[in-house]
Design a protein around this ligand. Structure first.
Ligand code: AMX
Length: 436
């Protein structure tokens, strides 16, 4: 077996002990209060969930396993010859095991995914039979769900596996699913945008990202590095966001990882979650049409003002939790400065980074006037000729698999029970208020 699974087998019993200790000693302690607003307002900010893999600090940014994202990117081992970026494989090792992989450990995950990467023919046939009008995200959800006959979790559960062993089957399913995702996503891409042209064969000389880019028909070395970075940056974002929470919630019913991931992707497909990066490009395209590729600061400010006056938000700016420039924006900009600083889209995004916050600050209501992850990804993908906006959320989804599935493995490892919060009717809320 792989080094990762052995590492987990060692770590999980220790973490379980720790978890039980917390439960026994401190289980009754109170860590928050619930207002009526929270009950009727999306539970914003309530400290309700558990997440070991990643965390957000409103000022300091995003941590994977206690390490700042920029340090994760700097320290992940560079595995393939000539690459400047770490691998998503290494990132998955970090998220799942909690420790930074050595080069050998990251390479082992790559090897595992190469071995597990071939997609069953019936699944590819189902993708091929889809009407082109079915949104690529809906196709991804369908493909993931239809892989469920492969589930070792289902098989083990049916045979009466011990609860303490559930994580092992979740791990196997998750590894298999992640390994298959590049081929699944590329098949969707080629059907919808390339009349079915393109390879579906895993090449053992390349890593996970290299295979994905080649299957997309975009094998350029720098684009593969961009994809490695992109897959690392979009992987994990605590457990309360819609895609992570959907995966966890469905997983607590002991639905298998293929179904849980499918649910996660149904959530990512929404315009308030994974679709936001499209809207940035739509806005930028309008801007370039209206005032050209090299507008003056004044022209930019006026265009921003006009957007706001039209009652719209500036897409790609603001965040529900972060209160400074999103580190994922910064890391993508660093990549852009290294590889394509003269691209007109990149130049524009970089200039807007200085101008938009000034304008948003003047509104005196925007909690975070700085750019988020979505403000940058589109222009980079465009630069390397991945131009089909409708596909962007699928890339996000392939990346998000790393985070939500490592969370899912841990949910089974720690025996997370089925989620079942209590709900209130308006009559019950009023009764409660009157009694209080
Ligand atoms: N442009 C204009 N106004 C904005 C704004 C923006 N980018 N961001 C926030 N505001 C406004 C809000 O509309 C709200 O105004 P209101 O009181 O009149 O309704 C006010 O500022 C306060 O909102 P907030 O507390 O700053 O933000 P939030 O936590 O409610 O929402 C977010 C966060 C990201 C939805 C919001 O900033 C937004 O709509 N941004 C633009 C869309 C976007 O980039 N979404 C991607 C988010 C990242 C992701 O999950 N993919």
């Amino acid at each position: 077996g792989s080094g990762l699974k052995a590492k987990l087998a060692k770590k999980i019993p220790i973490e379980r002990e720790k978890f039980l200790g917390i439960k026994c000693l401190h289980g009754k302690k109170i860590i928050g209060q619930i207002s009526v607003n929270s009950v009727i307002g999306g539970m914003r900010g309530l400290p309700l969930l558990f997440c070991e893999t990643s965390s957000l600090d409103k000022n300091k940014g995003i941590y994977y396993r206690g390490k700042l994202l920029k340090d994760v990117c700097a320290k992940l081992p560079r595995v393939q010859e000539g690459t400047q970026e770490g691998t998503p494989e290494g990132c998955f090792f970090l998220l799942t095991s909690g420790s930074m992989p050595t080069k050998k450990e990251a390479q082992e995950v790559t090897n595992e995914w190469l071995k597990r990467g071939s997609v069953p023919r019936y699944c590819l046939r189902m993708i091929d039979s889809m009407d082109k009008r079915v949104h690529p995200m809906a196709q991804l959800c369908a493909a993931s769900a239809c892989l469920n006959p492969q589930s070792q979790f289902v098989e083990a559960y049916t045979k009466g596996a011990r609860r303490a062993d559930y994580w092992k089957y979740s791990y196997e399913d998750s590894m298999n699913l992640i390994a298959m995702l590049p081929t699944v996503a590329a098949a969707i891409y080629s059907n919808v945008f390339r009349d079915g042209e393109g390879s579906r064969e895993v090449n053992y000389e390349e890593d996970w990202s290299g295979n994905f880019c080649r299957m997309l028909g975009l094998p350029e070395k720098d684009f593969v590095d961009l994809m490695r970075l992109y897959m690392i940056l979009h992987a994990d974002h605590e457990s309360g966001n819609v895609s992570a929470h959907a995966c966890h919630l469905v997983g607590t019913a002991l639905s298998d990882p293929f179904l849980s991931f499918s649910a996660s992707m149904c959530g990512l497909a929404g315009p308030l979650h994974g679709l936001a990066n499209q809207e940035v490009l739509v806005w930028l395209t309008k801007l370039r049409k209206a005032i050209g590729d090299d507008p003056s600061d004044e022209e930019l400010k006026k265009f921003i003002d006009d957007t706001l006056k039209g009652g719209q938000v500036i897409p790609g700016y603001g965040h529900a939790v972060l209160r400074d420039t999103d580190p994922r924006f910064v890391l993508q900009n660093e990549f852009a400065m290294k590889h394509c600083k003269d691209d007109p889209g990149v130049k524009l995004v970089t200039r807007l980074w200085k101008i938009i916050p000034e304008v948003l600050k003047k509104l005196n209501k925007v909690a975070n006037p700085y750019p988020n992850v979505d403000a940058h990804s589109g222009v980079l993908l465009q630069h390397y000729c991945l131009k089909e906006l409708k596909f962007y959320t699928v890339l996000f989804g392939v990346s998000r698999a790393l985070g939500v599935l490592s969370q899912l493995i841990w949910s089974r490892a720690l025996g997370a029970p089925i989620e079942r919060p209590k709900s209130f009717s308006s009559i019950e809320i009023c009764k409660f208020i009157n009694e209080a």
